[in-house]
Design a protein around this ligand. Structure first.
Ligand SMILES: [Zn+2]
Length: 611
């Protein structure tokens, strides 16, 4: 027996085996069970979502020799003939190729005669929007007074183009695109039944490429089986699709979490060796970053359990803000590929930019499971103060690349230096401070910065922020205590040096009051989901605070509307003010003015980045 393509072999033959479209099946089943049958149905939806499949099942339901029901037997002559596409009373017509009035007239002429073999004549007209106006009119006449024995099933990918006179006579169903998870499940079932070995990751790539079409997914699966000589392996599938395997993408995230430029470049080199598309890689990376961000805010939105677990591990390693930025870098990186000297250079510059913009994290903190600290080189991005309102965009390349020690702590007793925004840049001496970890704390690593990353940062784009590294507990304890005494929550958060989601949570809280060892904070309502992401975060803040202040306290976080300003809100309003200031400075900058005058240039305000 010759090989039958999977899409055909696995076309569902009954409503029970149909994947997806439950709402349509329910309505049709009910209509068939109660005998309330329309004369015309209209199925809308993109290609490959099951319009023809449902039409065939419906034709069987109407013509099965066992009687009209939602569960045609599948065994009688009528059922088998319809499945085999040789039933005289079931006509499938593609309006894209038979669109003229003649074809339609011929079809409708035959409609008046009684069925030859079945109970009903069923006409399935696919891509019905392609019919000409005359053909529509001819059909409309029949639709207005249809013979009892005639049923029309119209299908279209473009319902807008169907005259309302036709629409109004049809019962309309909108078929949905198949969710990726459903496609993966179905492909897995097919492969199990076919006794074909497969890797789950491969199916996710196929489902993604199929973009909601089960038919396309099955066709791609056919190709994948041929490609993999009887097996469906992730590596072969990604190669076949020209997509970049998840492993590469996760390796990029790992390298970013570890601030490891060498590891990043190794990923790029590995991809080049295998001739993977850098454009596709940036696209896939943007998708992945988007998924990680999604998991931070709405974990339930990711249906696939395996994927959610993998994403959640990443979600704990990156700030929400950084993910937004990284996403931007990835999508803009694609644009820039065309301008790059070559794709490899363009791609690696995007990677280095991702690294350069990565806020330095106290990597060993619990918010960064498996995060940096273990493999990464620490970077020091020298601070570039905006001198005299001069925009940072024309500042000279950083020179002060002094070696610097960091002591990443593994014990919770560590108090880390907070992020220092560039506009509050410390003098170089402050940046350079080298601190020894207390003897009872393991000193994880002491390393010089990575010049590559710093140069990339200087050359490609400006760094968003230079961070102070984790420093000895006493220095920050004093800062925390001072800020705490002033009830300045933003300074407290900054001095505490929290990282990841814990920092995010603290940033969206406002100070309500402190007394009798009780600190009360209010979390903005719209960020209450942060508490659900990791219930241990308040305790972490409480512990860090207690240690920094030298006495325990009890933290209470309530949720509600913010009365004053959270640190995040203050940061944002300051950023806006600085942006306005930078714009004003830029607009009066002689060099910029000359550019504008000589080249009729205009300033693209969105591209002005503050550093
Ligand atoms: Zn039957």
């Amino acid at each position: 027996m010759s090989y039958q393509v999977l899409a055909r072999k696995w076309r569902p033959k009954s409503f029970e085996t149909l994947v997806g479209q439950e709402h349509v099946v329910r309505a049709l089943t009910h209509a068939l069970a109660t005998g309330r049958l329309h004369h015309a149905w209209l199925f809308t939806g993109t290609r490959g979502v099951g319009k023809t499949t449902i039409s065939r099942i419906l034709a069987k339901a109407l013509n099965c020799e066992a009687g009209v029901s939602a569960t045609p037997c599948g065994q009688c002559d009528a059922c088998r003939a319809i499945d085999a596409d040789r039933f005289p009373d079931y006509v499938e017509m593609d309006a894209a190729s038979n669109r003229g009035v003649d074809d339609m007239a011929a079809l409708l002429d035959r409609a008046v005669y009684a069925p030859v073999a079945g109970r009903y004549k069923v006409y399935m007209i696919d891509e019905v929007h392609m019919l000409t106006g005359h053909a529509f009119n001819a059909m409309l006449k029949t639709l207005e007074e249809p013979p009892e024995h005639v049923k029309f099933i119209l299908a279209t990918t473009d319902p807008q183009k169907i005259p309302v006179t036709v629409l109004s006579r049809c019962l309309q169903f909108n078929l949905k695109q198949m969710p990726q998870g459903q496609i993966v499940e179905h492909l897995a079932r097919v492969l199990e039944a076919e006794a074909t070995p497969f890797e789950a990751g491969a199916l996710r790539h196929l489902a993604h490429a199929a973009a909601g079409s089960m038919r396309d997914a099955l066709s791609l699966l056919d190709q994948a089986i041929a490609h993999g000589a009887g097996r469906v392996l992730e590596e072969q599938v990604t190669h076949m699709l020209g997509t970049v395997g998840d492993d590469h993408l996760y390796a990029i995230l790992d390298a970013l979490a570890a601030s490891d430029a060498d590891a990043l470049l190794a990923v790029a080199d590995g991809m080049e060796m295998r001739s993977l598309s850098f454009d596709a890689a940036l696209q896939a990376l943007a998708t992945l970053l988007g998924r990680v961000a999604l998991v931070q805010f709405a974990p339930a939105a990711v249906a696939d359990e395996h994927e959610r677990a993998r994403l959640s591990a990443q979600a704990g390693r990156f700030d929400a803000e950084y993910l937004q930025l990284a996403y931007q870098i990835a999508i803009h990186g694609r644009d820039e590929l065309a301008l790059a000297p070559d794709e490899y250079t363009g791609f690696t510059m995007s990677l280095l930019r991702l690294l350069a913009f990565r806020p330095e994290q106290p990597t060993a903190s619990s918010a960064a499971p498996g995060g940096g600290g273990t493999g990464g080189k620490a970077r020091v991005l020298p601070v570039q103060p905006m001198a005299g309102g001069k925009p940072a965009a024309v500042a000279p390349a950083p020179k002060a690349e002094a070696p610097k020690a960091i002591a990443a702590m593994t014990k919770p007793t560590a108090v880390h230096g907070g992020d220092v925004p560039p506009w509050e840049a410390l003098p170089p001496e402050a940046e350079m401070q080298v601190s020894d970890a207390p003897p009872d704390m393991p000193k994880k690593r002491v390393s010089a910065e990575n010049p590559g990353a710093a140069q990339a940062a200087a050359g490609a784009q400006r760094k968003p922020a230079a961070q102070s590294e984790p420093v000895a507990a006493t220095a920050d304890g004093a800062a925390v205590a001072a800020a705490f005494a002033c009830a300045d929550w933003r300074e407290v958060v900054r001095a505490l040096g929290l990282s990841g989601l814990t920092r995010e949570l603290a940033q969206h809280c406002e100070w309500i009051g402190y007394g009798d060892g009780d600190l009360r904070l209010r979390l903005s309502d719209i960020y209450r989901h942060l508490l659900e992401l990791d219930a241990a975060m308040p305790a972490r803040i409480e512990g860090e605070l207690g240690r920094a202040l030298g006495h325990p306290l009890k933290l209470h976080i309530e949720t509600g509307a913010i009365a004053g300003q959270t640190p995040a809100q203050r940061d944002e309003s300051e950023r806006r003010a600085r942006h306005a200031q930078a714009m004003a400075a830029l607009k009066s900058d002689p060099f910029v003015l000359e550019l504008i005058e000589r080249f009729d240039a205009s300033l693209n305000e969105d591209t002005v980045k503050l550093l």
